[in-house]
Design a protein around this ligand. Structure first.
Ligand code: SF4
Length: 372
């Protein structure tokens, strides 16, 4: 895998920019899921860090507490937490998005006795009642943040945090849009590294490296046509090696619809009757994870529309073994996407990036089946 300027920010859960922000009085707050409103964790001196377990190789300690039938993402996070790799956090906020994340929060809170931990309950439907409930959940979270960290969070603070967030995702979108070009000037691996650095570093410090990257992409010349344009769809994905293995076949991942991807991860927060309502609507509606009931058609349409906008030749649907949400959804989603005329390869995987050789072989065969 080629190195790039984001690598130093991705090797550890706390990269150098996280350390720098903490030395200047910042407080890192960990979170795990797109149903956690990271914008609420960015009221100074707080800043959000999306939790991952880079280089995870085994879960011997975590397996004592979490069943092997729990997804390996959550077991890897517990392993890292028990190995003191998340001690730098001033606390964390999880969402009860799936039972695996709920058990992760139970065990982290029980085993590590953190100064601050909170779990948000998330409704399974996003109608008016669901939104009202979620709004109350966010008020509870704000109250706990204020009490524990000695903050007063006003509507003006929230409006400022929204403006900052929208400005930041606008910068990321300006890079993402380049992937629509006939000759995409950046690989999916490079883009994924940028996105991971963006979600795991303090925004005000990672902005400059992202601008440098955006400008360097503008100057690229003699770009080769990819063997195929692919879209990656699925749940938790925070491993550049996975996408690099896919791209080692000569294909390029031009679109990503997964938890830490650009679709719908870079949607801006829209206006609403109050800043908190805007955050609630955005957080509950944007991710459209399979955990949400009666939302299949919207998810399907979004994937089909994205495939058309990025002119993809095929879709790779990835999900972590034992992931209840994406695992159950995959069968019906694959069938519906094929009915829409799209070519799809379904890939079950482990979080730790084992089986990359097999992945390469399967993608290779998928491309050949498309005549690529
Ligand atoms: S990968 Fe699936 S099971 Fe694991 S935390 Fe995410 S939604 Fe839950």
């Amino acid at each position: 895998m080629k190195t790039n300027l984001f690598d130093p920010f991705l090797e550890e859960p706390a990269g150098p920019l996280v350390q720098q922000a903490m030395e200047n009085g910042g407080i890192a707050v960990g979170y795990t899921c797109s149903y956690v409103p990271s914008v609420l964790l960015s009221i100074p001196p707080l800043f959000p860090v999306r939790m991952r377990a880079p280089g995870a190789s085994g879960t011997e300690l975590a397996d004592i507490y979490l069943s092997k039938l729990t997804c390996s993402y959550t077991r890897s996070l517990l392993e890292f937490s028990m190995d003191f790799r998340y001690d730098f956090l001033g606390g964390w906020v999880h969402a009860a998005s799936c039972d695996h994340l709920r058990r992760l929060n139970d065990n982290m809170t029980y085993l590590l006795s953190p100064d601050f931990s909170h779990i948000i309950d998330v409704p399974h439907r996003a109608g008016k009642e669901g939104l009202d409930w979620f709004l109350e959940e966010l008020k509870i979270l704000i109250g706990r943040l204020e009490t524990h960290f000695g903050l007063t969070i006003s509507d003006d603070d929230l409006a400022r945090a929204i403006a900052d967030y929208n400005n930041f995702v606008g910068l990321l979108t300006s890079v993402a849009e380049r992937r629509k070009e006939d000759l995409p000037p950046l690989s999916g691996t490079e883009f994924h590294k940028m996105m991971l650095a963006a979600f795991t570093s303090p925004r005000h410090l990672i902005r400059k490296p992202i601008e440098t990257f955006r400008d360097s992409v503008r100057e690229r010349k003699n770009i080769k046509a990819p063997r195929a344009r692919l879209m990656l769809v699925g749940g938790q994905m925070d491993d550049p090696r996975y996408i690099d293995t896919i791209e080692s076949t000569g294909a390029v991942v031009v679109a990503d619809r997964f938890c830490t991807g650009s679709i719908p991860g870079l949607d801006p927060i829209g206006p609403a009757e109050s800043p908190l309502r805007a955050i609630a609507e955005h957080t509950l509606l944007a991710p459209s994870c399979p955990r949400m009931m009666e939302d299949f058609d919207r998810r399907l349409k979004q994937i089909v529309d994205t495939a058309a906008a990025y002119r993809v030749d095929g879709i790779l649907l990835e999900f972590i073994k034992f992931c209840d949400t994406w695992g159950v959804e995959s069968a019906s989603l694959v069938a519906a996407l094929r009915e829409s005329g799209l070519r799809v390869l379904s890939l079950e995987r482990e979080y730790s990036g084992t089986g990359l050789g097999q992945l390469q072989t399967r993608v290779q065969a998928f491309l050949e089946s498309m005549g690529k």
